[in-house]
Design a protein around this ligand. Structure first.
Ligand code: HEM
Length: 392
C-alpha cells in the first residue's frame, strides 16, 4: 500500500486565492491524493479521481458538509448541497423545479432583453467595468427578481452571498470577517423572508408552497433559501468576467467566436474549465477507501479540487491554452453526479445572451486594469476595467 504524499501548502493565503495554479500543478505532480495536514484535508488534484469521487456519493458523502471548517459543516447541515439521497433527491426535486432546462424558455426572453439593454448602454460608452457593470447586471436584475426576496434582502444579496462563500473555507481572518453577514442573512431568512413578504411567484415563495403541499418539511425552507441566494450570483458574475478577460487576452479566439456563433457553448465550457469560479468543494469518506493504491480511513475529509482537475494535463492536452474549439464539455466546473450544479442552464443562458450581444457589436476588448477577488470559496476578478472596440 502506497504512503500518502504530504504537502504543507496553504490553499487559503491571499496569494493562493489569486493564483492557485502553481500549487495545483505541484499537487498533481505529487500524486492522485495528497494530504494537506494544515486543514487535515486529503486533496484530489487530478481529473480522474475527482470525477470518480463525484459519481460515488455512497462512499463520498455530502451529508457531513462540503466545506472545510467543522463548525460550518455542522451549521449548514441539511441544505441541498450538504445532503445525500434520499433526502437530497426530495430537496433537489423542489429546489430545481424552476431551474430545469425546459423552464428556461420562460425566462429566456427577459434575460435576452436585459442583455441587449446592458450591452448597448456599455458599448456606447466604450469603457466600463466588466465585473460590476456588465457581469453583475443579469444576476442582480433578473435572477434576484426570480428569487423574489423582500427589498431589503435584494439589496444585500450580493454581500450575503460573498460572506457565505467566505465561510466555506477554514476559520481564517476572512472567515471571521464574514461571520456577522452570515448571521444577518440567516436571521433574515428565518424572520423576514417568509410568506407574505415574498413575491408569491418567486422561487423562495415556491419553497413554502411546496412545504404546504407536504413535499418538503417547512423548517427546511429558510435554510434552503441559502441554496438559491449563495450560488446564483457570484458564480455567474465571475464566470462572465473571467470570460471577458480571456477574450481580451486572446483576440484571435474572439475573432473566431464572432465568425462562428456555434462556438459560443464551447467557449463557455472552455472558460469555465480554465478559470473555474468554484475551485473546490469537499466530501467525507463513509468507509475505509482506497484511491489509486492509497488507503484512506473512514471519516477522512477529501477536497475535490475542481480548479486543478480542469487543468490536469493527463486529461486535457496543453491545459493552460484557451482554445474555444476544444469542446471540453466534460469539465468539472459545475461538479458532476448527484450534486451537479442545478443552476447551470440558467448560468449558460445568461452567459450566452451576453456573448451573443457582445459579438454583434464588439470587435475586441482591451484591459485597462483588474482586481482579483480574494474569497475562501470563489475565484476570479472583482473588477475588470475594459475598453470595448467597435467597428462603428
Ligand atoms: C457559472 C456559474 C456557476 C458555477 C461555476 C457553479 C458551480 C457549482 C458547483 C461546482 C456545484 C457542485 C457542488 C458540489 O459538488 O457539491 C454547484 C451546485 C449547485 N449550484 Fe451552481 N454554479 C453556478 C451557477 C449557479 C446558479 C445560477 C444557480 C442558481 C440558483 C446555482 C445553484 C446551485 C445549487 C442549488 C447547487 C447545489 C445542487 C445540489 O446539491 O444538488 N448555481 N454549482
Amino acid at each position: 500500500m502506497a504512503n500518502v504524499p504530504v504537502s504543507d501548502v496553504d490553499l487559503y493565503t491571499d496569494e493562493a486565492r489569486v493564483d492557485p495554479y502553481p500549487i495545483y500543478e505541484r499537487l498533481r505532480g505529487q500524486g492522485p491524493v495528497v494530504h494537506l495536514p494544515r486543514y487535515d484535508l486529503y486533496a484530489l488534484p487530478r481529473y480522474e479521481q475527482v470525477r470518480t469521487a463525484l459519481m460515488d456519493w455512497k462512499t463520498f458523502t455530502s451529508a457531513r458538509g462540503v466545506f472545510v471548517d467543522p463548525e460550518m459543516n455542522a451549521q449548514l447541515e441539511g441544505i441541498t448541497l450538504c445532503s445525500d439521497p434520499p433526502e437530497h433527491t426530495m430537496l433537489r426535486g423542489v429546489l430545481g423545479r424552476p431551474l430545469r432546462q425546459d423552464r428556461m424558455r420562460d425566462v429566456a426572453p427577459r434575460i435576452e432583453a436585459e442583455a441587449d439593454r446592458v450591452v448597448t448602454r456599455l458599448v456606447e460608452r466604450g469603457r466600463f467595468d466588466a465585473a460590476t457593470e456588465l457581469a453583475e447586471h443579469l444576476p442582480m436584475t433578473v435572477v434576484s427578481d426570480l428569487v423574489g426576496l423582500p427589498d431589503r434582502g435584494r439589496a444585500k444579496m450580493l454581500d450575503w452571498a460573498a460572506a457565505i462563500w467566505d465561510v466555506q473555507g477554514p476559520a481564517n481572518a476572512r472567515f471571521a470577517k464574514a461571520m456577522p453577514s452570515v448571521e444577518e442573512f440567516i436571521a433574515f431568512a428565518v424572520n423576514d423572508a417568509v410568506p407574505g413578504n415574498l413575491d408569491p411567484d418567486g422561487w423562495a415563495a415556491h419553497l413554502y408552497q411546496a412545504a404546504d403541499r407536504g413535499e418538503l418539511p417547512r423548517d427546511k425552507c429558510p435554510v434552503m433559501m441559502l441554496d438559491y441566494v449563495t450560488p446564483s450570483l457570484d458564480t455567474t458574475i465571475l464566470a462572465i468576467t473571467n470570460t471577458i478577460a480571456l477574450f481580451a487576452r486572446h483576440p484571435d479566439q474572439w475573432e473566431l467566436l464572432r465568425s462562428d456563433r456555434t462556438l459560443i457553448p464551447h467557449a463557455i465550457n472552455e472558460s469555465l474549465r480554465l478559470e473555474s469560479p468554484v475551485p473546490q468543494f469537499s466530501r467525507v469518506l463513509t468507509e475505509d477507501h482506497e484511491i489509486d493504491g492509497v488507503a484512506l480511513p473512514a471519516g477522512s475529509r477529501v477536497a475535490l479540487l475542481y480548479g486543478s482537475a480542469n487543468r490536469d494535463e493527463r486529461h486535457y492536452p496543453d491545459p493552460t491554452r484557451f482554445d474555444i474549439t476544444r469542446r471540453p464539455s466534460d469539465h468539472l466546473a459545475f461538479g458532476r453526479g448527484e450534486h451537479v450544479c442545478v443552476g447551470m442552464h440558467l448560468a449558460r443562458l445568461e452567459m450566452t445572451a451576453l456573448l451573443e450581444r457582445l459579438a454583434d457589436r464588439v470587435t475586441g476588448f482591451e484591459v485597462v486594469s483588474s482586481t482579483p477577488m480574494i474569497n475562501n470559496g470563489l475565484r476570479g476578478l472583482e473588477h475588470l476595467e475594459v475598453i470595448a472596440h467597435t467597428t462603428g
